[in-house]
Ligand binder design. Sequence first.
Ligand SMILES: [Zn+2]
Length: 311
Amino acid sequence: MMSGFSRLGALGLLTAGALLSATACGGGSGVSEVGATSDGKPEVVAAFYPLQWLTEQVGGSDVQVTGLTAPGVEPHDLELGIQQVTDLQNAALTVYVKGVQPAVDDAVDQEKSFDAATAVTTIPAGEGHEHEGEEEHGHDEVGYDPHLWLDPSRMATVAGKLGERLAAADAAHAQAYRDRAAKTAATLTTLDQEFTKGLTTCRSRTMVTAHEAFGYLADRYKLKQVGITLDPETEPSPARLSEVAKLARAEGVTTIFTEALVSPKVAEVLANEVGAKTAVLDPLESKPSGDYVSAMRDNLKTLQTALGCTA
Ligand SMILES: [Zn+2]
């Protein structure tokens, strides 16, 4: 929301941090390796929750994982403070998705980062899908929908590639990374099968969502997503609202999905307008009360109820 000026501030911090770190390293004894904890574990920074979960599963006790986005913070709007810039600079590896967080995209070291979007087949961004900040920052040019973590099958692929990346970075524990990656991928594949089975036979396949975050889920399980807004922070225009209301009526939509970090007001107005209920569908942009798998299972149950699916 504060856009340009505060981002400039973050860049200033970045420069200051870089100078500090250069000074600190300049006189170093050469013993302590950048990117390792005192007991020698690689420090891995994960940009936001689903990547943090995945990195913890694959890295296990062989890495020290730091989450860059605090719980309850809308990750798209993350601005980096001095601590976060320091974390990024000191990390042996940063795990992120290019296109989610402009501030992170600008600050990551390409040599020491893993962009999960490069590990999977991406889908095009929704029509006009832009998050605030992307426009002015030029990040709408990524050209794809960045919310890839909402498809467990793509997350399974990311797990495997992350395992290889960690194995290359820390050869002494290569086999352990590969083993955990395989185990994590198997868990995600099971979750994917639950979704496929659970969403096979449904009365409706249209989901009206608060923000357009579920493109990959829709793509994988043959649902149709209608996002009320493209950006979690922008209120839809009256024209957009009446367009969505018309579509919801035509498709017999009974539930309008809201999410924890977005005000439910707009969804409630729309639900009222078309005689539907609201229910929370979690885009997992912040840490849920359980973990990635349990939150996705909750999403599946919510979808099954809302769409009238019989498993
Ligand atoms: Zn989003």
